[in-house]
Design a protein around this ligand. Structure first.
Ligand SMILES: [Cu+2]
Length: 503
């Protein structure tokens, strides 16, 4: 395939444009940076579906999960296993599931040889339970966060968040889904049987070396970090899914480090987008494409036909960079992702509901604060992440409006912990349908400006911060992150706690 890695170029003395041009490597690097698998995937392996995590109720009525981060091996490719990391297994982790109103307790043990953490991405919870860089778990130790689930039904996920090392930990395989149910809130008629007509689709991209081991190098000239040439879904390479029902719900998660996907079907069949990061949209949105940047989720509903094969693809994403950067940031790449194989006899589907959930309506009468965030390089407002610096405090029971602008030539995105936010505008315009629901992560191509409204309801803690950051993990690790606390009105933030290594 002729992929050139940064390491290979360094070895050839070809890093740096003059050397590249002189060596004729310039054209080679440009040509070699494009990758893709359209029409070339044989779909030979049944899609793995992560098991639902076992849980039990303890004496206090809490739903208890036991998770272990550990090393293992995974058979991605013929020719030998790949050393990977996983949760309760060799790669990825089980799907956690809990209902609104339930109190959960999660025992997380770290059996890796280095500190890690588990962050509950998209979850509304106390900062001390968030699993960010202040809640690292030393090797051989455990951490047991507990909180009451209190948010809309949504497809959330979990992944490590150790400061400076998140990219490597996620790439090696530490990630899983966390599905929140909200009994009574989901309209009749949506597919909801996990693993039957309600399927997790965790999409990641990997590079393998000659020995089938994960290549963690960033491609040459990439400004976004590792971009893999091989797509894995739920840890399966070249996957197919046997479909048994006329209608299937796919819970798409971009769990990749850097790659942006633009999902659609090979035959351009329309599908219905029903939910985004924080839960159901106001109404199903019929479309042929849905773009997801790292960390974002989308739930789509697809109609199947008996005996038919439908291929989910990722088309070249719209990343908005210039010609040169586009090539080195995956903007020209396209992949076959997953084949849906309709059985000969499909279970009939009923009527899809026309109305799904109330539209986000954050009360904007008197925003308590307006804040501006400029993304450039690896900095937010000219600052790199500092574990000991809390950037601001937001008062509980208030609404804030944040304006986030990317003034950089490369793409970023913006993720906020603790809250699901409402997108108010994109470059001054009403948000498109895919941004009309609750979000915790929003994509920012170069020069885009997004205004979001956030409401902080509870869990005050002046000493323990939540994070906001770019979810391109290479950027995040390099410091593209800041910290805020939620406090009582008039309360000042305390000093940020340093990592709790005594846990
Ligand atoms: Cu970024």
């Amino acid at each position: 395939m002729g992929r050139l890695t940064r390491r290979a170029l360094l070895a050839c003395g070809l890093i740096g444009l003059p050397a590249l041009a002189a060596g004729g490597g310039f054209a080679a690097a440009f040509a070699g940076a494009r990758t893709g698998t359209l029409g070339r995937v044989a779909f030979t392996r049944p899609l793995a579906v992560p098991p639902l995590a076992e849980s039990r109720l303890d004496g206090a009525g809490r739903r208890v999960f036991d998770l272990v981060a550990e090393a293992g091996e995974t058979d991605f490719l013929p020719g030998g296993p790949t050393v990977t990391w996983g949760v309760n297994g060799g790669y990825l982790g089980p799907t956690l599931r809990a209902a609104r109103g339930e109190r959960v307790l999660i025992n997380v043990r770290n059996d890796l040889g280095e500190p890690t953490s588990l962050h509950w991405h998209g979850m509304h919870l106390p900062a001390a339970m968030d699993g960010g860089p202040h809640q690292e778990i030393p090797p051989g130790r455990s951490w047991a966060p507990a909180w009451t689930v209190d948010q809309r039904a949504a497809t959330l996920w979990y992944h490590p968040h150790p400061h400076g090392r998140t990219a490597r930990h996620v790439y090696r395989g530490l990630a899983g889904l966390f599905i929140v149910d909200d009994p009574g809130s989901e309209p009749e008629g949506l597919p909801h049987r996990y693993g039957v007509d309600d399927i997790p689709v965790i999409v990641q991209d990997k590079n393998f070396d000659r020995n089938n081991q994960l290549d963690e190098d960033s491609p040459a000239l990439s400004d976004v970090g590792v971009l893999g040439e091989t797509i894995v879904v739920n840890g399966t390479v070249a996957p197919y899914l046997r479909v048994t029902t006329e209608r299937v719900r796919l819970r798409l998660l971009n769990a990749s480090n850097a790659r942006v996907y633009r999902f659609g079907f090979a035959d351009d069949r329309p599908f219905r987008l029903i939910a985004t990061d924080g839960g159901l949209l106001p109404a199903p949105h019929e479309t042929t494409r849905i773009q997801l940047s790292p960390g974002e989720r989308a739930e789509i509903v697809v109609e199947a036909v008996p005996g038919e094969r439908a291929v989910l693809r990722s088309y070249p994403p719209r990343i908005g960079t210039n010609f040169w950067d586009e090539r080195f940031s995956g903007g020209d790449d396209a992949f076959d992702v997953l084949e849906l194989r309709g059985g000969s006899d499909l279970e009939p589907a009923g009527v899809l509901p026309a109305v799904l959930a109330p539209a986000p309506a954050v009360d904007l009468a008197e925003p308590a604060a307006e804040r501006a965030f400029q993304l450039t390089g690896r900095e937010i407002n000219g600052k790199l992440m500092d574990m000991g610096r809390i950037d601001f405090a937001s008062a509980v029971d208030t609404t804030e409006v944040w304006e986030v602008v990317n003034i950089d030539g490369t793409y970023h995105n913006f993720h906020v912990h603790d809250v699901q936010f409402q997108v108010l505008s994109v470059d001054g315009q009403k948000p498109p349908p895919e941004l009309s629901g609750w979000k915790d992560t929003v994509f920012l191509p170069p020069y885009r400006k997004v205004r979001i409204a956030l409401h902080f309801t509870d869990h005050t803690d002046p000493d323990t911060p939540y994070m906001y950051h770019c979810h391109v993990l290479y950027h995040e690790d390099q410091g593209m992150m800041g910290q805020f606390t939620v406090v009582e009105p008039g309360q000042e933030p305390g000093p940020a706690e340093m990592p709790a290594h005594g846990a």
